[in-house]
Structure formats: structure tokens, C-alpha cells
Design a protein around this ligand. Structure first.
Ligand code: PMP
Ligand code: GLU
Length: 399
């Protein structure tokens, strides 16, 4: 069978692939510690689950408006005002089947063949492939751990060309957990203001998972003049432990939102009716569970960073957001495993840990930096401890 060329331009999502591998091993009875999955281990809070059940009983089981139900749009409008002081109207909001889908719709609606999209690296795995699928060219800005894995205004200035369509900002970041403050965003915004043709996609999906007393800031809050050319993407998955419900949304200029809606009307039609009702409760209801989950993630972050930094040949950046750590394992490259295999890169290291130590993590090469690997701490403290012990032993067994 001859498949479309576009399929060959991309790879399956490596994060989902690793997670599937770990789950398959578990199903076979293997005791795997899975640091692969980027999804909260908590249940969706009870009030949200109840809202989902009530939606079924009340008959919200039919097609919905393509761009999302008005009550969900209003809940998003209220959230953007309450949390960020930003004003949006219903026609500036589009609800999709997860933030991944929102980002996909943006790429499809904006990118022309040959357009460039600037992506700070390390990056979340789906950004480059979504750009490639739309016919665009990803342009990476490599960030440095010493700079907190953040781009500088100077780096951004150098990366912009007449072909640049948009810049993707993701703070807190998957996979580094790095978080930009208001001043840093203002400095980046200053560069963007000089280049009117460059749009901005702000992927704020981890906004509520932020630690060390830091305050989340959105790029439009830092630089209000960017609002007419910024698409703010967010969703229910991470904040409300709702990954399976598939609710994401974009707030942005009317013209683009209406283009995204037109495309969605020919693909998924609308996000699931029941999930939309649950998301209304998530956004409008009590937020206590979010705070509890955040506090638990922070405890785990502190523990895991300390453990990793205590291991010989491992150096771990103290991330302050999301639920990932991104340690540098490259000092171990060149060593040999007990079965005689030489570890040359992050994929070899991840394969060694999975086979010998029964620990799953995602090799850094998937995120654009082969020196590192990503561990999600969205698993119980007990499993984190077990996994850390196993990694420590596996490293000691290297020669
Ligand atoms: N952006 C980032 C940075 C993510 O890590 C994820 C999680 N996969 C998403 C977007 C998409 O999340 P979802 O599609 O579940 O809303
Ligand atoms: N965002 C999560 C991750 O990075 C979920 C998997 C995915 O959609 O890529 O692991």
C-alpha cells in the first residue's frame, strides 16, 4: 500500500510509545516502575466526575457546537479574566479534543509550505511533528541548562527570519520543568514586538503546576501588546487530572479561531459533550483538589531531584514546574552494562534501565537533547522511591 508522504515525515509520539510499552510489560505481570507517562496519577476530582455523570443523565449526549458549548466558553472566559486579567469573547475561543488537538488545529490553520516555526529545545515531542505534518519547518533554539533551559532575547532575535510564522512558548516546560518569570517574558516580548509578522503560541497546559513559591505568568500578561497575535492554549488534562476526557482550548484572534473551527467542523466536529460539561465544573467549581495535587507534586519533585543528584554520574536540574525532571546522564555514556552492551546515548541508557532495572523513562533524544532523559513524577511516592533505588543500583552495575 502506498501511504501519503506526510506520514513518513513524522514518527509516532515517543512519550505515548514508552508509556504503552511500560503498560504492556505491567499487563504481563512484570513489575515495571513507569516514569514515562506524562499524566497525573490522581483520579479526576469527585465533583468533576459527578458533573460528567449528570451530563449523561441530563441528555448532553448529542452533537455540540463545533467550537464548544457556550457554558464552557463562558467558564474559559471567566478563568482567563480571573487568573490572568485577560478579556476574551466567545468567538475568540475554540474547544478541541485535548490541547494536543488545539495545537494541531493551530498548525493546520496557519502554516504554509516552507513556513518556519521556532521551537525552543528541549521541546515537547509533538511540536516538531505537528509542524512537519502541516508542511512547515521546525527551527530549534537550543537552550542551555545553565540558563535554566530558557531562550534568551538574543537567541530569539537570531532565529527569526521573514519566513517565521510563530514561536511556541511552553512554560512550565515539558520536559525540563523550566518556568519563565514575568521579566523574562517581557524581554522576549520586546523582540517579538519588533517583528510584527511573528505570531506566538503559548502552551500554558502546566500553568497550575508550579513550585518554590513562583507565580505563573502568561506571555500576554507580561506583554499585553502581543494579545492580537497570541494563541493561548490550555486544557483540563494536567490541572484537573482529566487526560482521558480530552478537553483542550485555544483563546486567540477571531480570524484564526474561526479558521480552526472550520477545519474542526470537517474532522472531529466537537469535543465530547459529556467531557465539556465536566470541564465546566472543573473550571467553575472548587479548586482545592488542584492545590492538593500541586503540593504533592512539589514534594515528589524535591525528593526525586535530591535522589538523582546523589547518584554518581547524574546531574539533575531543579525544575520548578510541570511534573518532569530532566537529568543529564551523559557522564555515564561510554560505560558498559553487565551483559556487555556499551551505552552510547540516551536510547541505550533507557533500554538498559527498562530491560535490566524494569524502570521506564523517555530518552532525551525524543525531546531534542541526547544527553538527558525525562522522568515523570506523576506516580506515587512509593513507586518513585522504588524506581530511584533501581536506577541507583543499575548505575552502580555499569563498568
Ligand atoms: N502540551 C504539552 C506541553 C503537553 O505536555 C501535553 C501533554 N501531552 C499537551 C500539550 C497535550 O495535552 P492534552 O492533549 O492531554 O490536553
Ligand atoms: N504530555 C504527556 C507526555 O509528554 C502525555 C503523552 C503525550 O501526549 O505526548 O508524556
Amino acid at each position: 500500500m502506498k501511504l501519503a508522504d506526510r506520514v513518513n515525515k513524522i514518527q509516532p509520539s515517543p512519550t505515548l510509545a514508552i508509556d504503552a510499552k511500560a503498560k504492556a510489560l505491567k499487563a504481563q505481570g512484570v513489575d515495571v516502575v513507569g516514569f514515562g507517562a506524562g499524566e497525573p496519577d490522581f483520579d479526576t476530582p469527585a465533583n468533576i466526575r459527578e458533573a460528567g455523570k449528570a451530563a449523561i443523565d441530563k441528555g448532553f449526549t448529542r452533537y455540540m457546537a463545533v467550537a464548544g458549548a457556550d457554558d464552557l466558553k463562558d467558564a474559559i472566559i471567566a478563568k482567563m479574566k480571573r487568573d490572568h486579567g485577560l478579556e476574551y469573547t466567545r468567538d475568540e475561543i475554540s474547544v478541541a479534543c485535548g490541547a494536543k488537538h488545539s495545537l494541531y488545529n493551530i498548525a493546520q490553520a496557519l502554516i504554509q509550505e516552507g513556513d518556519e516555526v521556532i521551537i525552543p529545545a528541549p521541546y515537547w515531542v509533538s511540536y516538531p511533528d505537528q509542524v512537519l505534518l502541516a508542511g512547515g519547518t521546525p527551527v530549534f533554539i537550543k537552550t542551555d541548562e545553565k540558563a535554566g533551559f530558557k531562550i534568551s532575547p538574543d537567541q530569539l532575535e537570531k532565529a527569526i527570519t521573514p519566513k517565521t510564522k510563530y514561536l511556541i512558548m511552553n512554560s512550565p516546560c515539558n520536559p525540563t520543568g523550566s518556568t519563565y518569570n514575568k521579566e523574562e517574558l517581557a524581554a522576549i516580548g520586546k523582540v517579538l514586538l519588533k517583528h510584527e509578522h511573528v505570531l506566538v503560541v503559548a502552551d500554558d497546559i502546566y500553568e497550575r503546576l508550579i513550585y518554590d513559591g513562583l507565580k505563573f505568568c502568561n506571555i500576554v500578561e507580561a506583554v499585553p501588546a502581543l494579545k492580537p497575535r497570541t494563541m493561548v492554549v490550555n486544557g483540563a488534562s494536567k490541572t484537573y487530572a482529566m487526560t482521558g476526557w480530552r478537553i483542550g482550548y485555544t483563546c486567540g484572534p477571531k480570524e484564526l479561531i474561526s479558521a480552526m473551527n472550520k477545519m474542526q467542523s470537517q474532522s472531529t466536529s466537537n469535543a465530547t459533550s459529556i467531557a465539556q460539561k465536566a470541564a465546566v465544573e472543573a473550571l467553575n467549581g472548587p479548586q482545592g483538589e488542584v492545590d492538593k495535587m500541586r503540593a504533592e507534586f512539589e514534594k515528589r519533585r524535591t525528593y526525586i531531584v535530591e535522589r538523582l543528584n546523589g547518584m554518581p554520574g547524574v546531574s539533575c536540574f531543579k525544575s520548578n514546574g510541570a511534573f518532569y525532571v530532566f537529568p543529564d546522564f551523559s557522564a555515564l555514556y561510554g560505560k558498559t552494562t553487565p551483559s556487555g552492551k556499551k551505552i552510547e546515548n540516551s536510547s541505550d541508557f533507557a533500554a538498559y534501565l527498562l530491560e535490566d532495572a524494569k524502570v521506564a523513562l523517555v530518552p532525551g533524544v525524543a525531546f531534542g537533547d541526547d544527553r538527558y532523559a525525562r522522568l515523570s513524577y506523576a506516580i506515587s511516592m512509593e513507586n518513585i522511591k522504588k524506581g530511584m533505588d533501581r536506577i541507583e543500583d543499575a548505575i552502580k552495575n555499569l563498568k
